[in-house]
Design a protein around this ligand. Structure first.
Ligand code: NDP
Length: 298
């Protein structure tokens, strides 16, 4: 029997409904949650992501705005923009779209955002809180979204062997930190694989929960998956496809057609992890507004 699909679109929609409810409660008390996205340069993909974030925040009832700067902006100028946003009480969440032009150091930029407004969860203070298990920080949106996909699909993480492929700071590492925490949605035994791992398949075949974030189209095939495993595909790869108007199509890091006959549950690409990332960004922003205002919405 083919695997059950984990419907990221539907789960993200219910999170966005919850966010809209919280936004309405806060707004009624005089606090409109505000997300400001900073976009530097004219990279087409970044502009698309930023547009989607602004649209989603406005749809949830938030004050969403995008500040656009030319690629030639200096690091000092950008730091001044962030200082202004840090001090602005109507801005609860700040997100600087990556990648930045080469002459700007992303770590300096991330460290300049006050942790209380770092709704991307990239600031070292928030990363540290995640690792320690403090829940008042912000967690990187994609791995936080994966935990929601698992828990809302009834997947038991406690005691499970979870294997993550990829060790980036935005997906793999925070994913491992979440799954290892001693709480619901955690308590897993976690293995993190990367390009230097010996015999990747030996690791992935042990996984009850396999999470793949490597950025390599179709790299995990059905024979690398344990029968009945839950498979979460974070990968987003544009591969050539002459049958599509754009000339490309989006595929994950998991070879879906072979994996779907081995796994018990699997996320599709598109429609799996992708929609969760923005939903979690909105949730982080509404929480930033709640924490800043001291107003409870529950
Ligand atoms: P990075 O390129 O930063 O990291 C990729 C990781 O995969 C690295 O740790 C790398 O190892 C590892 N890796 C690469 N090739 C192999 C291999 N052959 N075997 C084992 N490990 C390997 O990517 P990101 O984490 O930023 O993103 C990963 C994927 O997820 C991309 O496709 C990206 O587009 C997608 N993504 C999707 C999001 C969504 O909203 N759905 C959000 C963020 C990312 P090493 O460290 O040794 O180089």
């Amino acid at each position: 029997m083919p695997a059950e699909l984990i419907d990221g679109k539907a789960i993200a929609a219910s999170i966005r409904d919850e966010v809209a409810h919280d936004v309405a409660t806060l707004t009624a008390r005089g606090v409109v949650p505000g997300l400001t996205v900073v976009l530097v340069g004219d990279d087409g993909a970044s502009a698309t992501y930023v547009g989607a974030k602004e649209k989603a925040s406005v749809a949830a009832g938030m004050a969403g705005s995008t500040l656009r700067y030319p690629a030639g902006i200096t690091q000092e100028e950008l730091l001044r923009v962030l200082s202004r946003l840090n001090a602005d009480p109507t801005v609860h969440g700040i997100l600087v779209q990556m990648p930045l032009p080469k002459h700007i150091d992303p770590d300096t930029i991330i460290r300049h955002i006050v942790p209380e407004k770092d709704v991307d969860g990239f600031h070292p203070v928030n990363v540290g809180k995640l690792l320690i298990g403090h829940t008042d920080g912000f967690v990187s949106c994609t791995p936080a979204g994966v935990i929601e996909l698992l828990t809302r699909s009834g997947v038991e993480t406690r005691g499970a062997d979870a294997v993550i492929v990829g060790r980036s700071n935005i997906v793999g590492k925070p994913m491992a930190a979440l799954l290892v925490q001693a709480r619901a949605g955690g308590d897993a035994t976690v293995t993190v694989c990367h390009s230097r791992s010996r015999d990747l398949g030996a690791h992935t075949r042990r996984a009850d929960i396999l999470i793949v974030a490597a950025g390599r189209a179709n790299m995990i095939t059905g024979d690398m998956i344990k029968a009945g495993a839950v498979v979460i595909d974070v990968g987003m790869n544009h591969v050539p496809d002459a049958t599509r108007a754009k000339g490309t199509r989006l595929v994950g890091d998991v070879h879906f057609d072979s994996a779907v006959h081995v796994a018990s549950k699997i996320t599709p690409v598109p429609g799996g992890v992708g929609p969760m990332t923005i939903a979690m960004l909105l949730r982080n922003t509404v929480r930033a507004a709640r924490q800043a205002s001291g107003i409870s919405t529950r």
